[in-house]
Structure formats: structure tokens, C-alpha cells
Write a protein that binds this ligand. Sequence first.
Ligand code: ADP
Ligand code: MG
Length: 486
Amino acid sequence: MKAHSKRTKNIVVLDADPAILDYIYDILSDRFKVKLIADPSELERCLNSSPAPDLLLMDWNIVEGENDENALGLLARTHAHKPLLPIIMLACSADLKEVLTATQMGAVDVVLKPFRKSDIDTAVEQCLVKTGLQSVECDVDEIPLNEDTSFVRSCKRMREIESQCTLVARADIPVLVLGESGTGKEVAAMLIHKLSARSQRPFLKVNCAAMPADLLESELFGYEQGAFTGAVKSKPGKFEICNSGTILLDEIGEMPAVLQAKLLQVLQDGSFSRLGSRTTVKVDVRVIAATNIDIKAAIAQKSFREDLYYRLNGFTLKMPPLRERIEEIPILARHFMAKVAAKYECDPLPISPVLMQALSSYSWPGNLRELENTVKRYLVLANEQAIIDELSPWHQAGADSSATDPADGETSLKHLVKNLKGRAEAAAIAQQLELAGWNRKLAASELKISYKALLYKIKQYNLSPPPRKPQVTVEKASSFERVQSA
Ligand SMILES: Nc1ncnc2c1ncn2[C@@H]1O[C@H](COP(=O)(O)OP(=O)(O)O)[C@@H](O)[C@H]1O
Ligand SMILES: [Mg+2]
């Protein structure tokens, strides 16, 4: 049972408007102990009273006493004084900048006035669930998004990203997610969708770099029967399927120019037409776009439309690379271990301090995706030393000194080394299997790897026992050998 449900929580509401205080009291008093104050000078005493408040709702426009301290000042002071007390701001303005400032200063959420009962209910519930979880299990730092994906975060920077996602989710504006490959852009988009009013509707992803322009157009906008050769039946596009949901346009920087114009139209009024159709369709889809390219440079080179950029850029979320949040590596490594072990239906392997040290010292050009793959390899190979070797500075030096492919952080030299290593490994395994007469258990124990790891390797290198040769051939061969050795 979660901590927040064990006793009635105390909520303090500070607002100069008695009508608002009354309204919030009506909304919350059946489940919570609610204390109302209209004068900011009473706040401090109220926060220090017993039992301690569990949550503070505070008006944005409140002004305190003689020196006219504004709400942000009061917020900063309250947060410094009671860092664990969650604070929700009640604001009239939807100015995202101000809202972000508030979250940076310690507010966990902002509810816009005029609000409905459900706005307050949702904000209070979410806030108490989050803080309840935090106080019970400090290690539980993840928000499940679907069966296999969670948003894990522990450092300050990622908690800020989470707050930004929470806020922008409510604002229902387009979002541009920037960041290197593997930093969690898709995960952030899923989080925004999950926290938004659209969460019960579809979330779809389309990779704009994965297909040629005409295919991408039909994928996004659909087509009518006969629109092109092979269009035997009309088909709705992702925008129609996703109506009232959220669409993630991944690798938006690669979107062909013709489609950029069509997308701009959708962002302006939600309208477009299917290929081969003269009628327009109208949809209500929230667009989240993601890219790992330098979009400003793409605009300068005229490969990306500036007007589209401004439309998409209702809010920009910048995902930090993993090397800038190394304090998260232990929690992420354990998370990925649990995730991969569950997927392969096996027990997770422990991550020793030595391995953790190696994981933490590596630069992770492929970011979380690379970390996840490394943990997966470790689980499958069950060979800690192999992973530590792989992460060693020698390998990193190879990665740093040759041309880097930003997509996966692979390098030609690194690739070469990997290939050579792979071939040597495959040859060694094949030889051992031959010696053991393809008794896999025996071969695994000779190779000092687990049976499971061997099975994985056999599959990976596509090894198979030699076809049974007719007896006579074998004899011939052995007599030939004897002749040779004689
Ligand atoms: N904050 C996070 N918590 C847990 N897993 C994450 C997080 N961010 C990314 N991942 C995982 O890392 C991998 C890469 O994330 P993804 O969102 O696809 O990156 P990007 O879209 O930036 O290339 C995925 O398997 C994803 O589930
Ligand atoms: Mg991606």
C-alpha cells in the first residue's frame, strides 16, 4: 500500500480570493484535511504547525506584505525552508516561461485558472502519488509507460525534464524533442502523451527517415483507391488513425520538402487530403517531433522550413546525453538488467562494483540505447570481463580517433575490431564444439561460459554441426590423415 493512502493528508491552500478558497475546499475536503489561508504572512506558521502539511497549493498572484515579495520569491523561500513539501501553483497565465521558472524554483505542478474540479483533483492526486512513492522507496524512480517501457529518472536534470513533460502535456501544443540518438526522445514523447488528456487515445510513431517521400506521404496521410498503381483499396493514414491522440514524427529533420509543406498545413488547421482525393479531412492530433540533427543548421541550409520549425517548436525539450548524467548510470543499468531479464525470462545478473565502475567511466556515444544493449550482452554472455574489456579506454580511444557515425556511435575502426573479434570468437567456439562432438554443455564448460550464452553465440554466429558424412568418407579421411602424419 502506498504511503499516501495511510492517513488523511493535510493540504494548505493559500489564495487571496475567498471564492477560490471556498471552491478548492469543496473539491478537496471530503478526502483531505484542508487548511485555507488568504494572507501570505500566515504561511510560515501554518507550515510549521503540527501535523505538518503534505501539500501546498499557492496562488501565483499572491503578494506578501511591506516589501511586496511576489509569489516566486515566496515559492523560492518556502521551497528552501521545506524542500520536501510539494507545491502546486495556481496561475492565471499560461506563459510557459513563467511556468518553467516556477518548476525550476521548486513547484511540482502548475494549475491554470480558471480551473475545473478535475484539474485540481488530477494535480493533487498525481502529486501525492509521486511524493508518496518517493518517500517510501527512494529507489523507485520510474514511471511505467507501457509493457516494456518506463521513464526512469533520478538526477535533478532529468527530474526537470519530467516536470517540463508534465507541464507541456497539459498545454496541448506541439513539442520538439531534441537530443542525440538513444537519449530517450521517444520515451519523453510517450511520457508527454501519457500525462496528457489524450492518454486514452492512440500514440503512434512514424519514422520520417525510414522511407521514400511518396511512401511516407501515404503512410502519414493515407490514400484513395487508384491514387497510384497498387492502391487497390483506400487506406487511412496515421494522422487519421491517430485522431484525438498523439503522433510522434521521429527524425523530422529528414522529412522531404513536399511533406514539410503538407505537415505545416496540418499544424495550422488540422486539415489535409489523402493522396488522390480532392476532399479535405480534418483531424485533432497532437504532434511531437523529434530529431538528432542540428535543426537550426538545417534551416540555414534550407533543407528544413523555418515556418515549420516555428510551428513545431511550441515547446522544445532537450534530452541530455548520458555522459552528462552519469549519476544515473547505476539506476539505469539495474533498470535495463531487470527489463532484459524479464524479457528473456531469466534471472537478472548482479552488476559488480567493478563492472559498475566500468559502465560509469565509459562515454556512451550511443547513450541509453547503447547502455541497454551492453547490459543485454552481459546478461546473455554472462561474462563480466568481456564487457569490462569492451568498455575499456582502449576501445574508447578507437572510437574517439576515427570518424564517428552519430546514429549509433559506431566507428569504422571500432567496427573493424568488433568484426575481427567476432570472427575469432566464432572460430574458437566452433573449434570447441567440434572437439566436444557438439555436446553443447561440455563445450560451454570448456569455454567457461554459461550454457545459455553458448546457445546465444551459436545462433549469433550461425554455427551448426557438420552434416553427417557417410561412414566410408570418414574412414577415408582418417586413413588419409594417418598417411599424412606417418
Ligand atoms: N528515461 C529512461 N528510462 C528508461 N529507459 C529509457 C529512458 N530513456 C530511454 N530509455 C530506453 O533507451 C532506449 C532508447 O530510447 P529512445 O527513446 O528510443 O531514444 P531516442 O528516441 O532518443 O533515440 C529505449 O530502449 C528506451 O526504452
Ligand atoms: Mg528514436
